[in-house]
Design a protein around this ligand. Structure first.
Ligand code: SAM
Length: 228
């Protein structure tokens, strides 16, 4: 059966070294990413083994590795794995793995902290639940799962960001953007209210779930995996 989806984020955006995507991001997005990094580093502790889902070109891996025992980044795009591998080449406590987050090549319950930064959760579309299930599976009991998404107030920043990347033709709804570039490639990215984010995360095996306003265009969430 042919794919139901014309093209997706992986081909259209994620196949480009993420350093270049970030370089072209508007100021508001840079502020969001800086706030997010600071919040993630607050969660890190020196004995932690940490997973970053969708590590891209390694923006988060190197800073994290200074605060944690061991850091593993996974990404399903070879171009990102090469870029991040180069960035971390001198660090002994970081590794990157080419793998899809919907079937992670890890044993159960091995990470103290599993992160999904930079709105990836809002761009996974039909994979969202399975990726969250995988994150819960590989995280230790009482370990933390955390990440961030664009808020309902991010539309302007998102449109500018995607236009800078050549995605000019956008359909905007109250909580998502679907935009196409000249090649007909499309991206589909959601925005979240706190209630929508809580609704997505409710039903997973969490003991505690917290949604915080991270900056004017984003929310940060963290949840603790239940013990049996
Ligand atoms: C928004 S970027 C974030 C990059 C990095 N975490 C950062 O914050 O700078 C999302 C990354 O997730 C990767 N990605 C998307 N879907 C994925 C999947 N199903 N499995 C693994 N990686 C995925 C993309 O290739 C991309 O590098």
């Amino acid at each position: 059966m042919p794919s139901l989806y014309s093209s997706n984020m992986n081909e259209a955006v994620y196949g480009v070294n993420f350093d270049r995507i970030i370089e072209q991001a508007p100021k508001q997005v840079h502020s969001y990413l800086n706030a997010e990094l600071a919040r993630m580093l607050e969660l890190a502790t020196p004995n932690y083994v940490v997973l970053e889902v969708g590590c891209g070109s390694g923006r988060v891996l190197a800073p994290l590795s200074q605060y944690c025992r061991y850091v593993v980044g996974i990404d399903n795009q070879a171009v990102q794995i090469s870029a991040s591998a180069e960035k971390i080449s001198r660090k002994e406590n970081v590794e990157v793995v080419l793998a899809d987050a919907s079937i992670m090549p890890f044993n159960d319950s091995i990470f103290d902290l599993s992160l999904i930064p930079y709105n990836l959760l809002a761009g996974l579309r039909y994979q969202t639940n399975v990726v969250l299930e995988e994150m819960v599976r590989v995280t230790k009991q009482n370990g933390i799962i955390a990440g961030s998404v664009y808020s309902e107030d991010a539309l302007e920043a998102q449109l500018e960001h995607y236009e800078n990347l050549g995605f000019n033709d956008a359909i905007v709804s109250s909580d998502y953007i679907c935009a196409a570039n000249a090649e007909g490639e499309t991206i589909f990215v959601e925005r979240f209210t706190p209630d929508k984010l809580r609704a997505l995360l409710t039903g997973f095996d969490f003991r505690r779930l917290k949604v915080e306003e991270l900056d004017p265009i984003s929310y940060f969430f963290f949840a603790v995996k239940s013990s049996p």
